[in-house]
Design a protein around this ligand. Structure first.
Ligand SMILES: Nc1ncnc2c1ncn2[C@@H]1O[C@H](COP(=O)(O)OP(=O)(O)OP(=O)(O)O)[C@@H](O)[C@H]1O
Length: 250
């Protein structure tokens, strides 16, 4: 049986202020598949995610989400975005209030959450094992618990795809393993996962594929383990020492 691609990007180029940031990037994520987007600082991971989500424009190439072109995609409830917990600054909001915000994609402007919306929010908190903390202030939770609240918030829109920005950042090792298990269950339920990571760590157990960005390009490497930019640099020869003519000039 054919598994549909939820994200399909082909030959994408992005420049910001005239500076090329992404070059010829192609990527797919299918339903029920967990794909890691690896790469060092400044390699272009956030730019790629923002471009896939239609926040940044691309100058060349084609991006589709659920077979609809980006820009032009409208079914945003199908896409759950999970930021790093450290970017959420809400002094007094409770866990339930944060999670409820994800349900807004299903509401009309100024509409209140219905009883069934509230049940969905509670179910999602249950899924991430935080139902008992629903009335706690978000700021009082540990890094791993905060990350789980943000996953619950994304799940409340009943998405088919989760895009996550470094979900393990600022989370202790033990909680990282718990998060990986949770994401593995969601993948097994049929969600597609695109996970930005600095390294695979405990997520390795649930990843189907890894793609590595180096300096704005996807580097071919092991489909599961990804690649390293050092591999790429060893092929890269900026001063032409491997060129017999340029080499003879030294
Ligand atoms: N708004 C912008 N204006 C100019 N340059 C930008 C802008 N946004 C990103 N860049 C540049 O694009 C490159 C890629 O940045 P990006 O944030 O996508 O990398 P990253 O892989 O997500 O890095 P990190 O892991 O540190 O978050 C960097 O050189 C960055 O300086």
């Amino acid at each position: 049986m054919d598994v549909p691609d939820l994200i399909r990007a082909q030959g994408v180029y992005v420049s910001i202020g005239g500076m090329p940031i992404l070059r010829d990037v192609s990527l797919t994520v299918a339903a029920g598949e967990a794909v890691a987007l690896l790469g060092g600082n400044g390699s272009g991971k956030s730019t790629l995610v923002r471009t896939l989500l239609g926040i940044l424009p691309h100058q060349e190439g084609e991006i589709t989400l659920f077979d609809q072109q980006v820009p032009g995609f409208r079914d945003w409830w199908k896409v759950g975005y999970v930021p790093q917990h450290s970017v959420i600054s809400v002094p007094n909001a409770t866990v339930r209030e944060i999670a409820s915000a994800g349900r807004l994609a299903h509401l009309k402007p100024f509409q209140w959450l219905s009883r069934s919306d509230r049940r969905i929010v509670d179910d999602c908190l249950e899924q991430v094992d935080l139902a008992s903390r629903a009335d706690w202030p978000f700021r009082s939770l540990s890094g791993g618990q905060k990350q789980r609240v943000l996953i619950a918030r994304a799940l409340t829109s009943e998405p088919r795809l989760l895009v996550m920005d470094e979900p393990l950042a600022g989370v202790d090792l033990h909680s990282q393993a718990g998060l990986a298990q949770l994401l593995g269950r969601l993948r097994d339920d049929g969600l597609g996962l695109l996970v930005v990571l600095h390294e695979r760590g405990p997520m390795a157990a649930i990843l189907n594929r890894s793609v590595t960005l180096c300096d704005g390009r996807i580097v071919e490497g092991d489909p599961v383990l990804g690649s390293t930019c050092a591999d790429e640099e060893s092929h890269h020869d900026p001063i032409g020492l491997s060129d017999p003519i340029a080499g003879s000039l030294t």
